[in-house]
Design a protein around this ligand. Structure first.
Ligand code: GLN
Ligand code: ZN
Length: 732
């Protein structure tokens, strides 16, 4: 019998039920008991769903109220000191204090740092380590989930984040600390957990070690065998699980471990399957992730079947098949076809083949003019007319901004009213005229508020945008949308990636009317706001029938036209957001250069049509620029705004060492937390920044857009931000 399983399951709920329960709890509209109830109902429903799809093993432990890495920190009793409190505090509230910096109970505190999970748009809460870090087991939550999963009557497979990946993802608060030294106290806690699971009668545990898909130093590779030698003794069978890419140079390490099973990513790592089969003992379990959980396209089951049939013949009962997302039916079909032979499921296989073929032939996919324009791109379209110093001189002359100019990243609070307006328009309960007036009212409000705070460069506030990618995708040809295709971004936040199925083009301008209206209301400069090509690609399900870069360049051409239209309409600053620039980076260093070169090319194609006197901004909200500063400088944006407030400006050190030439706005207001930053706090962050970057090239701004915040948080925060800039100017 072939074993079908999955590595985890979407946890936010088909209609984002968990999101709404969490937010109601945070706002005080739901009590802890009801939140737990909702969470349990969702968990039960997803377990049932997986059971009904015929999975042989149910994953458990992948469900989380906020983030599974944070859950692991709680499981291992690893909470940074600043969260310790004398007052008794409910565990739930303590958990949200770490996640969000505040909760219904306990004092506000700076939240755990958040960063992107491998090459995805999911954000996890970074574990923190210092010399006092010790670990202790707190498995109650996991055990309770296992208990619930057992109620289904299915075999249960707990999923835990492995010790090495957990350490690797964390951050040392003291530079002298070597993370690997923490293994001494960490491994016994894992051992204790595994013993407990064994005592519960658990047969298999999935231990996720996705860092096996990364470039690892030899000390980390060596640590794998030490750790797993210690863990296997009193454990259930361990399924060592790697995903997000091939094992490459970690293959030997992985196959040498004494574990009972190995799971690999057989989509991205397909090429190394033969090598793996050669090395992995035939009597040990080999689990293949064969269904692409990262994209939405139908799997070509007939092709997969041909590839897997010989593997199945050789290993029959030691072969498992898995996927990481919702494609349970495809998996079931594949499983049956392998087990009982293709003839048994012939109609299904034929239907799959027809669907694949009809997509290939669809006339909606190809647009000749787009292909031709793409083929005729010239090198001079990839650079601005003059170099940055020349442009900067022109721009300073034109704008006459004060030192430490203040601005925001683009969006203002997306209030219930705004969401209602968009919804009513979408449902045709609001005429186009009424919709335009309603959004204009919001723009006018945002402009008036920004003038009132005293900001130097204003934005229109993005009230018309549901999502920074969806908004553009909806106006471009070649895009399609789902209604409920939600993907978790962080905590209760989700995105609904569009599907790029065909050649991309822009029938009409996308942002010009709103931006021009905003500019008409103020003497101050209004910055136009676009989403860059790399992000448009990264946060979509991208067609797999042409190279990604080709699709990126098509989007870039559409944006290029938008930049020129904005400029022609009198807009003098244009921000092209690239928050997904880093996250698109391949996991392996060997692949970086190609990616970066292509990403920069797409960005430059979007922006280089601008006049020298037009100031191009870009924005990237993360604080990890190691190894990519050349590329960032190559993008040649006149101003870049980045995230720094949670990481204490440290990353500017890298910008300074690299001698990053253009202007920078290091974020001083952590918009992921509801806390209002004080003037002094922001002044001292900027003072720190000015030790690395000359004041003439610094901007003062938040870490990211403000759409997830409320006006009563934003108003005092931005007033403080303006005041901080004023104070800094007097210090010059
Ligand atoms: N301009 C966007 C906003 O402010 C940028 C969002 C982002 O970086 N994720 O919402
Ligand atoms: Zn951002």
């Amino acid at each position: 019998m072939i074993t079908l399983h999955n590595l985890g399951f979407p946890r936010i709920g088909p209609k984002r039920e968990l999101k709404f329960a969490l937010e109601a709890y945070w706002h005080g509209d739901l009590d802890a008991h009801s939140l737990t109830d909702t969470a349990n109902q969702l968990l039960d429903a997803q377990l049932q769903h997986q059971k009904n799809s015929g999975l042989s093993l149910l994953p458990v432990g992948d469900f989380s109220l906020y983030d599974h890495v944070l859950d692991t920190s709680f499981l291992l009793g690893n909470l940074p000191k600043r969260f310790h409190t004398d007052q008794p505090i409910q565990e739930l509230d303590q958990y949200f204090r770490v996640a969000r910096g505040r909760s219904r109970q306990g004092e506000p505190v700076s939240a755990g740092e958040m960063t992107k999970w491998f090459d995805t748009n999911y954000h996890y809460i970074v574990p923190e380590f210092d010399t006092d870090t010790h670990f202790s087991l707190h498995a109650e939550k996991l055990l309770a989930q296992i208990e619930r999963a057992k109620q289904t009557g299915c075999a249960v497979k707990p999923v835990i984040l492995g010790p090495l990946t957990y350490l690797w993802l964390g951050k040392c608060k003291e530079a002298s600390l070597d993370k690997l030294n923490l293994l001494q106290s960490l491994v016994p806690v894992y051992a204790e957990l595994l013993t407990e699971l064994k005592n519960l009668g658990i047969d298999w545990v999935q231990v996720d070690e996705p860092i096996l898909a990364l470039d690892l130093e030899s000390s980390w590779k060596a640590a794998f065998s030490r750790v797993y030698d210690q863990l296997v003794g009193h454990s259930p069978n361990l399924l060592l699980t790697s995903y997000f890419g091939p094992l490459l140079d970690n293959l030997e390490t992985a196959v040498s471990l004494p574990v009972a099973g190995l799971h690999i990513d057989a989509v991205r790592g397909k090429a190394e399957l033969p090598k793996l089969l050669e090395h992995w003992p035939a009597d040990k379990v080999l689990s293949l992730g064969v269904i692409d959980g990262r994209n939405i396209w139908r799997s070509n089951i007939n092709v997969l079947l041909n590839e897997l049939a010989p593997v199945y013949a050789a290993r029959s009962d030691k072969l498992w098949l898995a996927f990481a997302s919702e494609k349970l039916d495809e998996l079931a079909l594949l499983g049956r076809a392998l087990e009982q032979g293709p003839d048994v499921v012939l109609p299904e296989l034929e239907a799959n083949a027809r669907a694949i073929e009809s997509r290939r032939r669809s006339a909606q996919v190809t647009q000749r003019p787009v292909q031709e324009r793409l083929a005729s791109i010239q090198p001079d379209q990839l650079q601005r007319q003059s170099s940055y110093p020349q442009r900067a001189a022109l721009q300073h002359e034109r704008f006459r901004l004060p030192l430490y100019p203040t601005t925001t990243i683009g969006s203002f609070p997306q209030t219930a009213e705004i969401r209602q307006t968009r919804l009513k328009y979408k449902q045709k309960q609001l005429s186009a005229d009424d919709y335009v007036s309603a959004i204009r009212e919001q723009i006018a409000y945002a402009i008036q508020e920004q003038e009132h705070y005293g900001l130097d460069v204003l934005v229109h506030g993005e009230a018309e945008r549901n999502d920074m990618v969806e908004y553009f995708g909806e106006q471009l040809q070649g895009y399609a949308f789902t209604r409920f295709g939600w993907v978790q971004s962080y905590g209760s936040r989700c995105v609904k990636p569009p599907i790029i199925y065909g050649d991309v083009s822009r029938p009409v301008p996308m942002t010009v009317d709103w931006t021009v209206y905003a500019q008409s209301l103020t003497q101050k400069l209004v910055k136009g706001m676009l989403t860059g090509p790399v992000t448009m690609l990264q946060w979509a399900f991208v067609r797999d029938d042409q190279p990604r870069h080709q699709t990126a360049l098509q989007i870039a051409l559409a944006l290029r036209d938008e930049v020129q239209d904005l400029e022609a309409a009198g807009i003098q600053m244009i921000q092209v957001d690239e928050p997904a620039f880093r996250e698109g980076m391949p996991l392996r260093r060997n692949d970086w250069q190609t990616y970066l070169q292509q990403a920069v090319e797409a960005f430059r194609l979007s922006c280089s049509g601008a006049l020298d006197s037009t100031q191009i901004h870009t924005h990237m909200c993360y604080s990890e620029f190691n190894g990519i500063l050349d590329a960032i400088a190559d993008m040649d944006a006149d101003v870049i705004t980045i995230e720094t407030s949670r990481s204490d400006m440290e990353l500017l050190d890298a910008f300074a060492k690299f001698a990053y030439p253009n202007e920078i706005g290091p974020g001083v207001y952590d918009i992921h937390s509801p806390n209002v930053p004080g003037v002094e706090q922001m002044v001292s962050l900027m003072r720190k920044a000015s030790q690395w970057i000359p004041a003439e090239r610094l901007w003062v701004n938040p870490d990211c857009g403000l759409k997830t915040r409320q006006w009563n948080e934003v108003a005092p925060a931005l007033k403080n931000l303006v005041q901080a800039a004023q104070q800094l100017r007097t210090e010059q």
